[in-house]
Write a new protein. Sequence first.
Length: 538
Amino acid sequence: MTELKELLGKIPYTAEIYWHLRQRDSDTTVGLNLSRLKASLPRWVEAAAEARKHAPAGKKVLVFGMIHYWIEYAALLSTALAGMGHRVTLATLPYAHWRKPENRFDVRRQEMYIRETLKAAEPLIRVVSLYNTNQTSHTPLSPDLITDLESRALRDTQYSLLKEEVEEGGELYERRLVRNRQALLAAMDLLRKEPVDAVITPNGSILEFGVVFEAARRLGIPVATFEFGEQNYRMWLAQNDDVMRQDTNALWQARGGIPLTDEEWQRVREMFAARQGARAWETFARRWQTAGSVGGQAVRSALGLDERPLAFLPTNVLGDSLTLGRQIFLGMTEWVRRTIRWFGEHPEYQLVVRVHPGEQIGWGPSTYDLLRERFPEFTPNVRVLPADYEVNSYDLVDAARLGLVYTTTMGLEMAMLGLPVVVSGQTHYRGKGFTHDPADWQNYLAVLDDAMQHPEKFLPEERQIEAAWSYAYRFFFEYPQPFPWHIQHFEACLKEWPLERVLSEEGMGRFGETFKYLLGEKNMFEAENVDRKSQFGS
């Protein structure tokens, strides 16, 4: 059947005729389900058309989306921008999967389904497809662009399998390379023929989202890329940069030297107390702690630890786009392995590795499984806790002499508690003045050995602890931008903030600045803009 579909997919109009005859009235097509979008889009268009009557002429904007949930999100974002007076092109790709192979017959049916669903938005927004099988491997590309595509294909493979150590040149890698190349050529061709003032795409680290980001960047078009963290009504946003890098340098430069007010101190302390106690707080919807706090001594006893000096190593989620590509001297998995081996050779110390609880909801292998493959038995002074182990990480911090992290935010929180922290990956708080940041493996070992022997030399000073708290406030409350719709809580957020409310004076007062940042109209981390956000609250 797959071979037949591939053959039929090469014959003009076969998929389109089949879709019109058999599937036009269906709510789904193959792997796509846009039924919620189909039901909601007319209402969105009505609200945007009404708002547009009173809006000044805006920019020419291209918004990109693929996979059904991001197409739905991109359609809402495009409609909102159109309601503000902008001339919006919504570019899509008709893939239902990013990991699995898809034959041309199904992909063309999916393209018809997307096109028909989005018809309700015309002429308010223009809809185009970047799917073009005529983009061949014979199209010449510069050597640096080929290298970039190969790097992206490797990262996509890691992301798709949720593991760092993957086969370069394998079937999935080659599929990602072909799809990324086709998308890049199609995006660059479209943007050359129809120049725009701004490009907006989700997560610029991975898949075709990253490729569209790269196309805009190489053509010199302002591009914003966004993602969502643990806070509702907030988005991570980067201008002309990869959002998952979470580059906070400009923010820290603008605000790092300004002491927190009493109100800000109270707010960050309340947030931190909630995180320690595994409680939800304000707009923070996610709780990674799996147990309440019992204290450092109790957790030592529960894990069978003695009084030897203890280091605590919390891992990142394996294969997450916040982790991939953050290597300074080693990838996370190999760094954890080598650290375990070092402690195995130093029985005078103890190590607890906590695998990130977030790995329980992934589809790939766990860091715990990969470690057990290399270490069938851990030495008695090493404890490795699987993702589902019920323990409060802050109790482990309380028990530890030293924190070892790759890029997890737990490293920032350890520094806030006055624990020396060694950072081995490229994380947003590295180099901010309150962590130890070795540049290579030899330097890392030297710092690790010295810190375990002489912890007093590595204890952060009071000013460094205060800087960590100040940075935490900036990162949690000023780096994420106010925005009405969270991708993971889309329906609930849309109920709270329907499009007509967002386009009202109230909505623009709360979220208008973020829309301007998405469009590149303002630099969001200029001092005056950060000052305004610091007063925004939740």
